[in-house]
Each structure stands twice: as structure tokens, then as C-alpha cells.
Design a binder for this molecule. Structure first.
Ligand SMILES: Cc1ncc(COP(=O)(O)O)c(C=O)c1O
Length: 390
């Protein structure tokens, strides 16, 4: 927490605005709009924002929706909530995000089969925007709308434009681990004010105007609470600071591992500003001598929690049958990827523990190598030499 959150939460309690209506919600949406320049709707989670966003784009039962395979399940699950099916596309190794060339190939193939997707979902992974220009160009040619899953990318930019303002609709997450948090929550954003109003209506059980409980459309209980919106207002004020902290942590790891063979930071694409929400690295086992899985285990033994990169959706039981294009890049990123502790509250001392635990593996690997090498002297000779030294 940054310090201002409690005063907004206290105000909510003092004025008894404790439900999903109240001044903090209205103000949080307005402040978010001021920040991004597009209309904002505060909801209960990023997943809810994706669900509402897909519905705004007209996704219905039996539709196809393109999604990157390398993502968290919450990107694809709302596609299924609507009775549609994701089509999974591989990553571009240069950004880890949706591969624009493969998207073009996939859309051509889908057009040939006479079944274009209703929408394309782009994920800005770990705080870095996907390469939006070619993606938007391709989708524009086929008149397919784009939803940005910007859950992990608040504060990132693409060619000077903020993540979340590039497609037709976007979703942010304020889950506890995100760059700013409301403990749990999300925001749907769109340049279309009529869409924002529609999403707000659906998020409140789609209750028709008037006092009588009349419903003509299907709604959800997806509105953010006024208490949590108070946390969000305080957090939003700290966004720039948080981005700075996340980047400082990621680049400190990069400097600390600069001399280690086979350890490389997630690419930083020149077209944008990467928040490095999580500090992600690739471990090339052939060069480092230890796999990313072994690094995770060693960190765990040192009392440090780290994580692999997202397990691609095409490898998941849930989405194994979904159509897909490619997948080898995402699989390799999953096998080699490592997310290190990245919280903005991480202290220098704590980061040193992480760095030392990784660096110690180099020493351990050296010792193993030496142990395997022939000594060049026999055991009795060693005993004799030891005896001579006393
Ligand atoms: C890429 C991605 N999409 C969607 C979500 C879902 O957000 P939430 O947890 O707020 O529902 C998350 C994070 O949790 C995420 O990382």
C-alpha cells in the first residue's frame, strides 16, 4: 500500500458506502479515465472485464476467438464462458507475445476454411506490449476486433500509446500480485462510451431502469465494491513509482547475472516501454549447466518463492482439443523461463538473497564438474601427500 488508500477506505466506512455503489467507484473510474484517456468501468476482477469485453465484441456460442497460447488461463476461460472456442497461437520469441506473422497465417487459413474468428485477444505479457501495429493491421484487413488483455501491463506503452488504448476494448487486473491492487478487482476500458455504459449495466445484473426489478438482458454480479475502489484510488496515485520500482528490480537482476552464461532477461522490445511487472529470465541449461526447474527448486530451498513462465494453453488438459497454430516457441519459453521475486516492496537485502542463491548454483556446478574430472593422481598418492603435510 502507498499510504493514501486508508483515507479513502475510511471515508467509505464513515459515509456507509460499503456496497457496489458509491463515490469511490465513480471517482476511481474518472481518475482511471483521466490517466488513460478512454472510458473505464470498475469491475470485480480482470477476468470479469475480459468476459464483458468479449461480449461487447459480439462473441457468442460456437464462435472462434484467437488467443495467444502463452498466457494465464484467465485469458481463455471467458471465451468458454460465452460458449465460444479459443484458437491458440504461438509466441514471437522476440517479445514472448502473440506472433503477428503467425496470426496472419492463421487468419488466412481460417478464411480459407470459411470460419474467421469473432475477435482476437492480445495479451501484454509480464508488462510488455505485444507488437500491436502489424496485429492491428492484419485484424483491420479482416475487420476483426481486438481485445487487449492488459491485466499485467498497466503503465506499459506501445509507440508512445498506453497499453489498453490500442484495441477496441481492454481489461486490466488489480489482483493482489499486480502492479497496483485493490486486493481483487479489474477495469474494462474502451474508447466507446456507449460500450462502457453497456458493460456497466451488465456488471450490475442488467437491471432495467426503474424501481421494479425488470430484466431484459442477461447480467452478472461483476461490479467493484466502493471499499475496494478506495484502495484503487490510493494505488493509482503510486503507479509511476511502482513502475520505477519494478524496473529497478528487473535491471538489478540483469546486472547481477551479466557474467553468468546462459542467463538472459526477457527481451525489451524497442517499440515500447516494458514495466517489467515481473522480472522474467530464460535459463539455457546447456550453457548455465542447471535447468530453470532446478533453479526454482534451489531458490525454494533457500526460502525464496519463484515461478516458471505460464504453462501454454495448448499443453493444458482444458484446452488440449482447441485448434492451434505453432506452439514450439511458447513451449521453449515455458521450459526455460523463470519469474523471480519482483514485488515493489522487495528490499535490496532480500534481492541479494535471491541473487546469491542463483549465483551459488554456478559454484555448485563447478564443484560437480571438478568432481567428475580425473584427478591425475591416485588415491594412495593423495593419502601419502596428506601424510607428508602432516
Ligand atoms: C494475463 C492475465 N489475464 C487475466 C488475468 C485475470 O485477472 P484477475 O485475477 O483480476 O481476474 C490475469 C491475472 O490474474 C492475467 O495475468
Amino acid at each position: 500500500m502507498g499510504g493514501d488508500e486508508m483515507s479513502f477506505v475510511r471515508e467509505a466506512f464513515a459515509t456507509n458506502w460499503l456496497s457496489t455503489v458509491g463515490p469511490n467507484i465513480t471517482a476511481f473510474e474518472r481518475e482511471f479515465e483521466d490517466h488513460l484517456g478512454v472510458a473505464a468501468v470498475a469491475v470485480a476482477s480482470g477476468t470479469a472485464a475480459i468476459h464483458l469485453g468479449l461480449r461487447l465484441l459480439g462473441v457468442r456460442r460456437a464462435d472462434l476467438v484467437v488467443c495467444p497460447t502463452l498466457t494465464f488461463a484467465a485469458t481463455c476461460n471467458p471465451v468458454r464462458y460465452l460458449g465460444a472456442e479459443p484458437v491458440l497461437i504461438d509466441s514471437d520469441a522476440r517479445t514472448w507475445n502473440l506472433d503477428p506473422n503467425l496470426l496472419e497465417t492463421a487468419l488466412q487459413d481460417m478464411a480459407r476454411r470459411g470460419r474467421l474468428p469473432r475477435a482476437v485477444v492480445v495479451v501484454h505479457l509480464y508488462g510488455q506490449c505485444a507488437d500491436m501495429a502489424p496485429i492491428l493491421e492484419t485484424c483491420g484487413r479482416w475487420e476483426i476486433p481486438v481485445l487487449e488483455d492488459a491485466a499485467e501491463a498497466l503503465g506499459a506503452t506501445y509507440r508512445g500509446k498506453p497499453a489498453g488504448t490500442l484495441g477496441q476494448v481492454a481489461a486490466f487486473s488489480f489482483n493482489g500480485n499486480k502492479i497496483i491492487t485493490t486486493s481483487g478487482g479489474g477495469m474494462l476500458v474502451t474508447a466507446r462510451r456507449d460500450w462502457a455504459e453497456k458493460a456497466r449495466f451488465w456488471s450490475q445484473q442488467a437491471r432495467d431502469p426503474g424501481l421494479a426489478y425488470k430484466h431484459s438482458e442477461l447480467g452478472y454480479n461483476y461490479r467493484m465494491s466502493n471499499v475496494l475502489a478506495g484502495i484503487g484510488r490510493g494505488q493509482l496515485r503510486r503507479l509511476q513509482e511502482r513502475v520505477g520500482q519494478r524496473r529497478a528490480i528487473a535491471f538489478a537482476y540483469r546486472r547481477a547475472f551479466a557474467d553468468l552464461p546462459g542467463v538472459s532477461m526477457m527481451p525489451q522490445a524497442a517499440y515500447g516501454f516494458h514495466t517489467n511487472w515481473l522480472s522474467c529470465f530464460l535459463i539455457d541449461e546447456a550453457r548455465f549447466g542447471v535447468s530453470s526447474g532446478e533453479v526454482i527448486r534451489a531458490l525454494d530451498e533457500a526460502g525464496v518463492e519463484s515461478r516458471p513462465v505460464w504453462k501454454p494453453m495448448h499443453l493444458q488438459e482444458l484446452y488440449r482439443a482447441a485448434p492451434s497454430y505453432g506452439g514450439a516457441v511458447a513451449e521453449s519459453l515455458f521450459l526455460k523461463g523463470l519469474c523471480l521475486p519482483s514485488s515493489s516492496s522487495l528490499t535490496v537485502e532480500e534481492q541479494l538473497i535471491v541473487v546469491n542463491a542463483v549465483r551459488r548454483l554456478v559454484g555448485a556446478r563447478e564443484l560437480q564438474r571438478i568432481a567428475r574430472e580425473p584427478l591425475g593422481v591416485s588415491a594412495p598418492e593423495l593419502v601419502e601427500a596428506g601424510a607428508r603435510r602432516g
